[in-house]
Design a binder for this molecule. Sequence first.
Ligand code: FPP
Length: 241
Amino acid sequence: MPDDGRQFGGPRHVAIIMDGNGRWAESRGRPRLFGHHAGARRVREVVQACPDLGVEYLTIFAFSTENWKRTQKEVAGLMSLFRSYIRKEAKDLRDHNVRVRFIGDRPGLDIKLQNLMDELEEMTAECDGTNLTIAINYGGRDEVARATKRLARDVAEGRLDPEAIDVETLPRYLDTRVLPDPDLVIRTSGEARISNFLLWQSAYAEYEFIDTLWPDFTHEIFADLVASYAGRDRRFGGVKA
Ligand code: FPP
């Protein structure tokens, strides 16, 4: 049971797999990157809707550890989009009191993007409104593997007693260590899979798989999903009180 008294209220943490940009563009006879640009524009609307919906944490999947398999042109276009998104949105995010964090394997990204990510995190570090987490070069299995490496190092160097390891231990090594677990995971575009997103953290999340393609996602759709979550009965493996 969550201890924040919200089990009959709205989700505190919503995570979104923003899928369908490519199909959205292709259906208009446009290149896939056109869809990614349209998708990036939806992010602002969703972030700004969070305070009114009571969503304190929003985590969005922007680029997975598997997305490197796309064409070089698409990957380069996405990296350039992330850089321009950060440059263009930084001030607006801070003005809206949004604290931005990034999760994923940062050293695998180009240094210019890494620097922009660091700067945006620093620039919004004092913001105490919506917590926006952007997953770039993120994979749930990769995150658990990296966390395990750090945990093993702590054991090897005598800082952690292996007998003391329990389900509370690993989350302290994950990229998401300062975030609560997601309550609601949304995936757009009609695919019903989680694609390596927040594997450990979503053990008890509620899921919404909707047909809308990400560039067509609106704050009204977001509000409906948040409202329908509030009607769900989450038991966390127990029985109804
Ligand atoms: C999946 O759609 C989407 C991505 C791999 C990229 C997500 C990026 C954005 C929404 C824009 C940028 C975000 C930020 C934070 C600036 P897809 O390409 O797999 O679509 P498809 O399944 O229709 O091909």
